[in-house]
Design a protein. Sequence first.
Length: 220
Amino acid sequence: MSVTPDSVQSLLKSENFGDRLSAINQLRQIEPSVAFELIQPAIADNNVRVRYAAVSQLASLGQQNRSRSLDILRRCLVEDPEPDVQAAAADSLGALKLVEAYDDLQALYDRSSEWLVKFSIVAALGELGNPQAFDLLKRALESDNELVKTAAIGSLGELGDDRAVELLLPYVADPDWQIRHRVVQALGYFNHPEARAALERLSRDEYEPIAQEAKLHLGS
């Protein structure tokens, strides 16, 4: 059976949430401008899994109407009670590079106690590339949650603010190879003497993928 806008819309109206989830997945086979219109009611679905799937898919479909997507995703950050949906909204805002949402992301970071929400916000800030994010990322670097800290390291690299180099240097010798791996990726964004010296050190790391990536950034 072929997937059509009518068949997807029929599934989206089903009382069975499994049908509605299936419809969200099938939207990938529909012309994006049509899919964008069809997906919007699902963002207010009474089932969290359906809402999560719909909000996640806005990361790509949102290009059809960025201003409307911004409004939708802002509402998800503020009004949706589920951390998973809030995190998905942050992910989509980052993917769409909707820098206008920075204040909303910062406010949610400060009020949320959910690590997943904080992680998604920190990761999104790197994608947004908003210079305002430096202070928030500096705070996130001090998080008790290792995943949030790792995301902050990556986002500080993407932000490209030279002040980040001093913050990143202490993690060059971190015992966790995953932290060191993210650090070598982050330092690769900087044309800075201290960053290059740190990469030289990391090029001798005992974990081969880290050493290889450092050498790649050094051009050796």
